[in-house]
Design a protein around this ligand. Sequence first.
Ligand SMILES: [Zn+2]
Length: 254
Amino acid sequence: MWSFRAWRRRRLLERAALPQAQWQELVASLGLLRGLSAEELRDLQQLVLLFLVEKSVVGVQGLVLSDAMRLRIAVQACLPVLALGLDWYRDVRSVLVYPGGFVARHEYQDEDGVVHVERAALSGEAWEQGPVILSWEDVEAEAPAGVNLVIHEFAHKLDMLNGAANGLPPLHAGMSVQQWAVDFAAAYAGLATEAELGGAMALDAYAAQDPAECFAVLSEAFFAAPDLLQGSYPEVYGQLRLFYRQDPLLRLGG
Ligand SMILES: [Zn+2]
């Protein structure tokens, strides 16, 4: 079937190119991308090009984004969908970037029907059918092992493809929703126990917040420190390998 979108994308890729020196520098600076083959890097570059054409990545509160900054965000956003394709981000139209942590105002209704207003300083947010919001300071900051803000927020967008974020994105044919639930529930319970005990944790304790955060945090670890995830929750590593269709442990060396 002839697709206008596919045609438009092909035309665009024929004409557009990223400044190669800038691209090489970026690739070298992100440990996340280590071990990707030349072919995978070429595919990633094409995804990044399309991402930057199809989504608006804009600075807010006076932040002026350079091409290098937009590229740095786009490449981290595109890594998780390298083997899936950009259509998985069809609900992402814009990425808003604050200079630093931003104050979010949330209203939610509790079980008794009372609406609460919450204000919290955040480094990132993903809205259902809305933008991804990032703090540049946190994108740039040296993060602890396994932590990656951009991947975290985009994992939420994948989770939201089949409704509200609940830790279950649309799985591929042949994957078992039941097994996914069993493996994630076990990790979630394990992380909650670890968090309660209060000692040092290999993975970010924020994963114990709720199932949606569990999926987002473990997705970060999957790409940024796969050895930590494999060491603690190998079943979840296996599920994410099936879902993302990548094996970061193999390419980064475990
Ligand atoms: Zn989150």
